[in-house]
Design a protein around this ligand. Sequence first.
Ligand SMILES: [Zn+2]
Length: 412
Amino acid sequence: MSVGVLRARGLATVAATFAVGAGIVAAAPAAALLTGPVGTPPEMITPLVAAPLSSPHPVLGADNRIHLVYELFVTNPTSSVMRLEQLQTLNARSHDSVIDTERGSRIIATLAGTDLDGAIKPLVPASTLTLAPAQVTRLFLDATFRKGARVPGRLEHRFTFTLTPPAGPPSLHTVVSGSTHVVDVSPVVIGPPLSGARWLVNGGCCFPASYHRTATLPVNGAFHAPERFAIDFVQLGTDRKLLHGPVSDLRSYRYFGSKVLSVANGVVVGLQDGLPEQTPPNFPANATAQTAGGNYLVINIGQRHFAFYAHLQPHSLLVHVGEHVKQGQVIGLLGNTGNSDAPHLHFHIMDGPGPLSSDGLPFELRSFFSEGTITSPIDALLSGTAATIGHASRGHHRHELPLENEVISFPR
Ligand SMILES: [Zn+2]
C-alpha cells in the first residue's frame, strides 16, 4: 500500500478545496492524519488518485531494453484545477538512498514538460497537463531497463502538481499513488504471423503510445486495453515503397492477399467473416466496435494467451471454430476489412477470447531480422513515397518484441 504525502505548502487551500468538493470527502483538514487501526500506515487525504489498468508484464524489445508497458487512470478528486508538473516512476521496494541507476534505484524515471505531456491521453479531447475538477485522465507509461537488469517487483508513482481553487492562490503538492505489482512471468514466444521480407511494424510498442495502446475500451462495465501490444503489418517492396499504383486500388498493395500464419499451435475459439473490403485510403464511415476488426480469427494458444488476427479478406478464413491449428499453418489471407484505411494484418496477443473485453499481453518473436527503423514520415508511404530506413535495431533478433516503425523479415 502506498501512502500519500502532502507537502506542507498550501495545505489550508487543500482543506478548503475538499470542504467545497462534491461530497467526496467531508471537510476534514487535508493535512490531518486520520485515525486508523493500530499497526497500519497513517491515513491521509490525497488530492490525486492514480490507478493502474492492469499490472505490467516485462518484455524484451528489439532495442535490447526490457519494457514495462502500462496505463494509469489519474483522477483529480478535488474542486480545484489540477496541473501536473512532474511524474516519477518509483521502485516501491527500494529507498532513496540506493543510487544504482539500473538495479536498485528508487527513482526509475522522471517525466516532466513535453515528455509528461506526451504520456497523457485524455479519454476525450481535453487539455493534457491540466485536469478540471473531478476529471479523469490517462497516462501511458513505458518504464525501461537494460537487458539483464532486475526489474522491480512493484512500482509506484510520485506526482507533483499544483491545485488552483476557485478562489485563492495555487498550491504545490506531491502524492505517491498508482502502486502496481509487476508480473514475474516471461512473455509467450511465438512464430511469425506472416512470411517474407520488409514488414513494417506500424502502431507498435511502446512510447509515445500508439493508437493501439490508447484504445482503452469501456466494455462490460470495465476498461480493457486489448491492443496494448498490437502491430499493424504492412509490407514494403524492394524499392521501400508501400504503394505501387492508385491509392484506392487494393492491387496497388502487392502484399494484399498475403498468407496469414498461425503463430503457435492452438484451437480456434472465435471468428468473424463476410465483411466486405474497404476502399483505401479512407476509414469506413460506419465502423462499430463489433465490425472494427473486420474478418478476424481468435486462436487459443494456451496458458491464457489468445492470438488475434484482424482485417482478413472476406471468405478467406481457412479454419473453423473448434479446429486445432499448427504453428505456421495458413489460416487466412491479409485483407482490408473493418476499420482499415489500407491493407494490413492487425495482430496481437490478449489474455482472453473476447477481442474487446481482453487485455493485451506482450509477446516475443522467436526469430526475425530487422532492416532498421523508418525515419521518414509514415503517412508519406500512402502517397507513394519510398521509406527511409535508419540503423536503429538493425540486425538479427531472437526472442524479442519488434518495436514501432521497424522493418522486419521473417525466416523462411
Ligand atoms: Zn491495428
